[in-house]
Design a protein around this ligand. Structure first.
Ligand code: T46
Length: 134
């Protein structure tokens, strides 16, 4: 089964322009407690490089594009996010890396919980150990 779980959002646009709606426990499969945006990213950098113990998130490229790698400790898969009508569901216990941000990229992330540094696993070997024990 692929690690890359995509959600397609309905385009509610008309001849005035485009509109996409995100609703907790409807087209987003959890209660949305937090939203954040990554933008004005420095060329060539890699972000992420961590997993979360419990947090679930959906990442949506509102503008531009970036590449996402998801890794479950055994398999590693990559995709490009490049449209507001498509979201990537990032379940807990998945290592993520984001790279190749276009200059104009605005990446919005909807999260199932508030920011909590103790939920992060920032060491890949520790992550491998935790998923290996599950
Ligand atoms: C993730 C990927 C996709 C906060 O204070 N509140 C927040 O809600 C967030 C997300 C971050 N921060 C602080 C923590 C750091 O001092 O903002 C700084 C940058 O965060 P970080 O280095 O974790 O950013 P990324 O892009 O590596 O990772 C982020 C999320 O943190 C993470 O949960 O899954 O995007």
């Amino acid at each position: 089964m692929s690690l890359l779980k995509l959600i397609n959002f309905k385009n509610l646009g008309d001849d005035r322009g485009q509109l996409v709606s995100f609703e907790g426990n409807k087209n987003i499969p959890f209660d949305i407690k937090r939203a954040y945006c990554i933008h004005n990213t420095t060329t060539g950098i890699v972000r992420g490089l961590h997993a979360h113990k419990t947090l679930k998130q959906v990442a949506i490229a509102l503008k531009g594009s970036c590449k996402f790698i998801l890794d479950n400790g055994c398999d590693r898969e990559e995709l490009t996010l490049d449209m507001p009508t498509q979201g990537l569901l990032i379940d807990s216990c998945l290592w993520r890396e984001m790279h190749d941000f276009t200059e104009d990229c605005v990446l919005m992330v909807l999260a199932s919980d508030y920011y909590d540094e103790s939920d992060y696993i920032r060491d890949y070997q520790e992550f491998k150990k935790i998923v290996g024990e599950k």
